[in-house]
Ligand binder design. Sequence first.
Ligand code: DP6
Length: 322
Amino acid sequence: MTGVAKAVAHSNIALAKYWGKADRARNLTAVPSLSLTLATLRTVTSVRFDSSLPDDEFSLAGALMGGRPLLRVSKLLDNVRAQRGFDTRARVESVNDFPTAAGLASSASGFAALAMAATRAAGLETTPEQVSALARAASASAARSVFGGYVALAARGEHAERVASGEDFPLQMLIAVTAVGPKGTASTDGMTHTQRTSPYYAAWVEAAPALYAEVRRAVETADFDALGPALEHSALAMHASMLAARPALIYFAPATLRVMECVRAFRGRGGRAYFTMDAGPHVKVLVELGAAAELELELGKLEGVTEVLRTGAGPDAYWVDP
Ligand code: DP6
């Protein structure tokens, strides 16, 4: 055991969405999902096991964290400690290379980087699948960030798997940042609330596998015209289940709709671009390489859009020198 390790994981955006848990205790998902790992938006995390520490410590961008964020980190470390059979506490330092304040901070890259660094620091011999399973238990979308390119996680899946590389199907993603500030309701709480109160949750769970199959087929055949409509439908069907929750979960800001409208108008003029959104007001737009610069400019001019980030497909999570 080296006791210390550092890892980088890239964020991912689901094209076929995960929303809902089949097993809350084990954090197994109710529906299959498929995502694109992004080249930008990374988390760098170092883990140092240190026998002089009375408790785990977790800092994000230099600020010491307590409460739920620390508990989630400790839970993942407990899993690693149990597998390795020791009890040493750890110091975890995490930095996102994207504006956390913009509410883009995703648990996906965070827990994938933590799972990578913690297993290595503990001296565990692991496969990427085992790291993905460890990350999934902390946050299901994190399972997918262990792999680069297009990545799938089956319903009740233990770990994610790569479906295609970024080079197989080169596309760009534009992230229209529509509001500044941390997001409203965290995904975990939002999906539990939807499961408990939305009459449309059951319909979402029933519809999601066919949508996933459509997205997966389109990715495997690199068919953008088939992928686009399916990914928009997946996002909107997921949001429909949230909107029908009581009280409603509304992640849309006025600018969210402006971006969607702009993307639809772009298509009306023959452009090829499709939107998706998660548990926050920002809109992510998948666009073919040749049209990305033009659409990026257009989105940047919209009222309420504070920033547009542009990225392509990202790599597997990896270790760096601590
Ligand atoms: C809307 O993976 O953050 O981004 O497993 O409870 O941590 P937990 O949830 P999380 O949910 C992601 C939801 C989503 C869609 C997706 O990424 O598939």
